[in-house]
Structures are given as structure tokens and as C-alpha cells.
Write a protein that binds this ligand. Structure first.
Ligand SMILES: [Zn+2]
Length: 81
């Protein structure tokens, strides 16, 4: 048991700095590139979508990704806006 915990510490110690570095770069990239990307929300949904997504109903409302996030909408897992 103790050995396993030590092993986990070792693994996290090696992987975490690298993982957070990559994540930081991805976040920087996406915020710089898609800050004002056009996305669509619906009257009833809680997600924002790219145009043409099959989960986007007829009540699509044009907005920006920034606004959608600010208003509590999450990214659709299907169209990945
Ligand atoms: Zn979608």
C-alpha cells in the first residue's frame, strides 16, 4: 500500500508539470483564436453550438463564444465549438 502511494507521487510529480504546461498552451491558443467566434445557442438548451450541428434546433440564436460562456452556456460535445 505504502509503495503504491509513493509510486503515485512519483508519477504525478513527473507528469503534472508537463501536462499543465501543455494545457496552458492549449488554453492560450483557443482563447486567442476563438474568443469572438460565432456560435449558436437555443432557447431551451444549455449548450452552444457551431452552425449545422444536429443538436441545434430551429430556435438558434446567433451569439459569440465569449457571450455564451459568460451567460453560463457550455460547449456542445458533438460539434465542439
Ligand atoms: Zn452541437
Amino acid at each position: 500500500m505504502r509503495k503504491r502511494i509513493l509510486y503515485l507521487f512519483l508519477v504525478f510529480g513527473l507528469l503534472l508539470p508537463a501536462a499543465s504546461d501543455v494545457q496552458g498552451r492549449v488554453v492560450a491558443y483557443t482563447t486567442a483564436e476563438q474568443k469572438d467566434a460565432t456560435v449558436y445557442i437555443t432557447k431551451t438548451g444549455e449548450k452552444y453550438h457551431k452552425t449545422g450541428c444536429r443538436y441545434l434546433s430551429k430556435s438558434q440564436i446567433k451569439t459569440t463564444k465569449k457571450e455564451a460562456v459568460k451567460n453560463g452556456y457550455g460547449a456542445c460535445k458533438v460539434c465542439k465549438p
